[in-house]
Design a binder for this molecule. Structure first.
Ligand code: SAH
Length: 261
């Protein structure tokens, strides 16, 4: 066999949050394999009428690999749609290795992650001058273990913004570990359920009440937990402080990273 499989980030939910490249590939594909529970079916309207469109949640990994390798080997266009961006908890490694073992190349097209969808829903930036310049994406251990050195308490102790994936049924445990790591129970926290979907829901709570509040709101899956002072400091960013402008944004000064920070 030979050929090519495109691994495409579909975005977090809103069907308009796919890249132009992802959309073009999707609309040209002969075979599309998508993650049933997490991909907005609206996005599949862009598939060709005669495209074969398969829900991966009803297939084993071997079945997925076999059908993708078969079509790619016949020179057909194959798209594997992943939720959000494939680089975050996408579990694409196994697939890529299995496809490559059959001589099939994989190429990745990035997507908008729920990480970014959640920030937009909250109206915040994760990196706020004078508060934190670091964002940690992590999770609590589940079926997939987390290396012991990456214990949540370690990151909580830094005061960096924390974004917790795959942990929304463990709000209590997450908050407990953050506080054991040294964050005060007053630290602002939030959850975003189904960011960018029509039924998106956002909630905010102090860390000390996070678990209880999430339970009361029945948030147990498809949510991100965000912890950190960025949640209340975003809107008073130093960027808009005249002193900051004076010090760092002299006329003609261009930020080397081009991000204005
Ligand atoms: N690659 C995906 C993440 C897959 S792991 C991405 O970039 O977003 C699945 C976890 O991501 C879920 O448990 C949840 O924590 C988070 N997630 C995925 N989609 C989400 C959404 N629309 N809103 C909030 N969290 C989401």
């Amino acid at each position: 066999l030979k050929g090519l499989v495109w691994i495409v980030g579909a975005g977090p939910g809103d069907p308009e949050l796919i890249t132009l490249k992802g959309l073009r590939l999707l609309s040209e594909a002969d075979l599309v394999v998508y993650a049933g529970s997490l991909i907005n079916p609206e996005i599949l309207r862009h598939c060709k009428e005669d495209a074969q469109v398969l829900d991966s949640s009803k297939m084993t990994l071997e079945e997925q690999v076999r059908v993708m390798a078969d079509r790619a080997g016949k020179g057909l266009k194959v798209v594997r749609l992943h939720t959000g961006d494939p680089s975050l908890y996408g579990a694409i490694g196994e697939q890529i290795r299995a496809l490559e073992a059959l001589g099939v190349q994989c190429r990745i097209v990035p997507g908008v992650s729920s990480l970014q969808g959640a920030a937009a829903a909250l109206g915040i930036e994760y990196t706020v001058p004078g508060v934190t310049q670091t964002l940690v994406c992590t999770r609590l251990p589940g079926r997939t273990p987390v290396p012991p050195k990456e214990d949540l308490r370690v990151y909580a102790s830094t005061g960096a913004t924390l974004a917790l994936f795959l942990s929304s049924n463990m709000g209590d445990e997450a908050a407990k570990l953050c506080m054991e790591g040294g964050l005060s129970p007053d630290t602002p926290a939030a959850w975003v359920y189904r960011a960018t979907w029509p039924d998106q829901r956002v909630g905010r709570a102090r860390l000390g009440e996070l678990g209880q509040r999430m339970k009361a709101e029945h948030v147990s899956h498809q949510a991100l937990i965000i912890v950190g002072r960025c949640l209340e400091e975003s809107r008073s960013s130093l960027l808009y402080d005249p002193a900051f402008t004076h010090m760092y944004r002299k006329p003609g000064h261009r930020d080397p990273e081009g991000d204005g920070n």
